[in-house]
Design a protein around this ligand. Structure first.
Ligand SMILES: [Zn+2]
Length: 326
């Protein structure tokens, strides 16, 4: 039924599509948007950066057409039968500094709530998350000489292929390589990245010039201005690939740290990487016992009231998603 209606919904335009769907289901939709970076700068990797001016236009559009709600408040809205509007929830993963620089002023200007999921080990440091470090090395490799001493032939091939590709293809290669590295043990991955950096003659010190992740000062200022913070673990591991006690520490400690700093309860979580294979029922059980109420995956889709599975929420991460909701 839904598939048959899709073209009709699309061509009949935004408002009509909403009316048709509501008549069919009688339920309010909840669209949870997944942003990462809001920035003018490239290179992008996970969650391609949304330009700040585009982000502002998206927020204006969403505010006009939807009830924008805080993730942690969904339970209250569910019981509000007076408000018939569909709901949009804004989330950001990883806690990039550009969320403060570019997204926060827009959110403040329009009074829009949002939740930022923090990786607590990285806050206040100048380290890059490993996928950003990979991206940083390869994009610099394009304009540096290489030294393949000590590298495997596979790595040499990866570097050469990346450097001789066009911009669009590079993003695909980067993503494929990141997916390969994601499966490695932490130490093995670190070793790969160190060798790669050496081969590409990229100095680790380079990344320290510009802090990429939020500071506690920025977080506290945003928290005071109504932005919510959720946990996204301490070090951004694949939770299904580490032991249950380790996962427990990653989850509970990141929660405690944020609660201590913001003096607010943390009830929301986002699974690192967020696909079904990246977490397990053991992880969901940990979230329940730690008192989390909502947890976001990166599985694509939307929710409906009443939300059937608040600890496995689907999200929309396409940068055009705000214009394509129906
Ligand atoms: Zn993440």
């Amino acid at each position: 039924m839904k598939n048959l209606l899709r073209p009709l919904l699309f061509y009949s335009g935004f408002h009509q599509s909403k009316i048709i769907r509501r008549r069919l289901t009688g339920r309010r939709a909840v669209f949870i948007l997944n942003y990462h970076k809001v920035d003018y700068r490239v290179p992008p990797l996970f969650g391609v950066a949304v330009r700040p001016d585009v982000f502002e236009r998206q927020m204006v559009f969403l505010k006009k057409h939807y009830r924008i709600a805080d993730l942690g408040e969904l339970g209250k809205l569910e019981s509000d039968i007076e408000d018939k509007r569909d709901i949009v929830v804004i989330t950001f993963d990883d806690g990039y500094r550009n969320n403060y620089t570019y997204a926060f002023p827009v959110l403040k200007k329009y009074g829009i709530p949002a939740t930022i999921f923090l990786v607590t080990d990285y806050i206040d440091s100048h380290r890059l998350l490993w996928h950003d470090w990979l991206s940083w090395i390869l994009y610099h490799a394009v304009s540096t000489a290489h030294d393949f001493t000590g590298t495997t032939s596979e790595m040499k091939h990866d570097i050469e292929r990346f450097c001789s590709s066009g911009t669009a293809e590079r993003l695909g290669l980067l993503y494929a390589l990141a997916m390969k590295l994601k499966k490695l043990e932490k130490a093995e991955r670190q070793n790969y990245l160190d060798t790669l950096a050496k081969a590409c003659k990229v100095n680790r010190g380079l990344e320290y010039k510009d802090r990429a992740i939020l500071s506690w000062n920025e977080i506290e200022e945003m928290s005071g201005a109504g932005i919510s913070f959720g946990a996204h673990t301490k070090s951004h591991p694949v939770l299904s690939a580490i032991s249950v006690p380790e996962a427990e520490t990653e989850i509970s400690e990141s929660k405690k740290i944020i609660e201590n700093r913001t003096q607010k309860r943390v009830t929301t979580f986002a699974y690192p990487y967020g696909k079904n294979e990246d977490f397990s029922t053991d992880i969901v059980d940990i979230l329940v016992s730690e008192g989390f109420e909502y947890a976001c995956t990166t599985n694509a889709g939307s929710e409906m009231f009443p939300i059937s599975n608040p600890l496995r929420l689907k999200r929309k991460s396409n940068i055009l998603a705000p214009y394509l909701l129906f």
